[in-house]
Every structure is written in C-alpha cells, then in structure tokens.
Design a protein around this ligand. Structure first.
Ligand SMILES: NC(=O)CC[C@H](N)C(=O)O
Length: 228
C-alpha cells in the first residue's frame, strides 16, 4: 500500500513518519508537497507534525489554505484513512476535517515528554490492534495541544465513540483529557501524541506500532474505494 506524507513549509516530522512507514513497516511512502494538487493513487495520508508557516495566526490556520488541501478534503471524503499528528491534527481541524480546535496549553509552556494515554475506542481503522482500555506511552511535543469543542460537539463525540485516545494526567488542559478524535465517519483521526516517534523499542516506546499496523490492516482488508 502507498502512504502520502504531506510536507508544508515548517513541517518537521515528515521524515519520522516516512521512516516509520518505509523502514519499520516496509510499505511505500512518498513525501507530497503542499503545492501538489492531487492524492490519486494513495491508500492513506499522514499529515505530520511541525510548525507549518511558523504557527503564525494559529497553528494550522495558514496551512489550511495550501494548494494540497482540496485534494486532502476529497481524499477524506472518499473514506480512505487520514491521520493528522500534532500540527497535522491542528491543520485537520482548521481545514474542517475534524471537529473542535487546539488551544494553547493551559500550562502556557511547550510540553515535551513521554505521556501515558488510554485507548478509549479500538473500533477504528487506527486503533483496532489495541485493546480498549489499554494504557500506552507515546511522546508529546506541543505548545498548542489543549483540545476544545463546545458542549454539544463533545456530547456528539462521546455518543458516536469518536474519542480514540485520552490522556492520563492531562498535560495540556484538553477538554475531557482528549488526545485524539475521529470525524463522524471514522476515517479521519487527529491526535497530538506522536506514534511515529514510538515505533521501535530503542526510541523509548514501540506503542505506536499497533497504530500504523491497524491502518495497514484496514487498507489491506477493505476494498479500496475508488477515488475521483
Ligand atoms: N510537534 C508539533 O507538531 C508541534 C505542534 C504545534 N506547532 C505546537 O507547538 O503546538
């Protein structure tokens, strides 16, 4: 299968994602410029972390207008998996592909450390190989990771089982300790922690392995929806 890994000016985690997919999982990966206008022939898209456009205005707020974004929106509509990690999550909320927004951490600091998470839902293309309720460790590294949405949206997220990961010992003030959510269709995930930095024991954790393996399983098990 083929992963597209988007690269915006200021992205800095695209090579980590590329390494995880190609060297650890031996799947095809291609870096796709923010200036491209098509995602035809890809099976999954990773919107990686970083500081797109210097995080000016708001994290992700400028990237949302990049030429690749209409193709990303169309790709997401086709039902194929899209994962936004950290700045990628911020871009997906700004692009209207995920509910809610990411505000400044309540501690008003950039927080960079290993973080325990609870897998809140394993019935998604991104989490099927975890047990629901499992506690996993992934690194976090963000200044704007404080997830917020209005009360009605939170109710919908809970009723539809769209919350995939929650923090233990909430590091950033996120509503309900939310660390990762999907769209209502379940094929777009945004998460602040970095699974691509936790794919080998030597990195301190390999708890991100099941996440990528879940995506690969999902694509290989399902007939690929044709993309127009
Ligand atoms: N690692 C990242 O992607 C950083 C995300 C974002 N720019 C922040 O600091 O909140």
């Amino acid at each position: 299968m083929r992963f597209a890994i988007l690269a915006f000016p200021g992205s800095n985690c695209e090579l980590d994602a590329y390494y995880a997919v190609s060297d650890v999982f031996h799947e095809e990966a291609e870096l796709v410029s923010y200036e491209a206008d098509s995602l035809i022939d890809f099976d999954a898209v990773i919107v990686p972390g970083g500081f797109s456009y210097g995080d000016y205005l708001r994290s992700g707020a400028i990237a949302r207008f990049a030429p690749i974004v209409p193709a990303l929106q169309q790709f997401a509509k086709s039902g194929k998996p899209v994962i936004g990690i950290c700045n990628g999550f911020q871009i997906l909320t700004e692009a209207g592909l995920l509910p809610g927004t990411l505000q400044k951490n309540t501690v008003a600091k950039f927080v960079c450390r290993d973080q325990q998470l609870v897998v809140a839902n394993n019935q998604t293309p991104f989490s099927s190989l975890y047990e629901t309720g499992a506690v996993i460790t992934l690194p976090i590294a963000h200044g704007d990771g404080n997830y917020y949405c209005d009360a009605e949206t939170l109710k919908t997220l809970e009723e539809n089982d769209q919350i995939v990961f929650r923090y233990q010992n909430n590091p950033n003030g996120s509503l309900g300790g939310i660390a990762g959510v999907t769209n209502s269709e379940g094929n777009v995930l945004g998460m602040m922690p970095h699974p691509e930095r936790a794919v080998e024991k030597i990195l301190g954790s390999d708890d991100g392995v099941q996440l990528f393996a879940s995506i690969i399983n999902f694509v290989k098990k399902h007939e690929v929806v044709s993309y127009e």
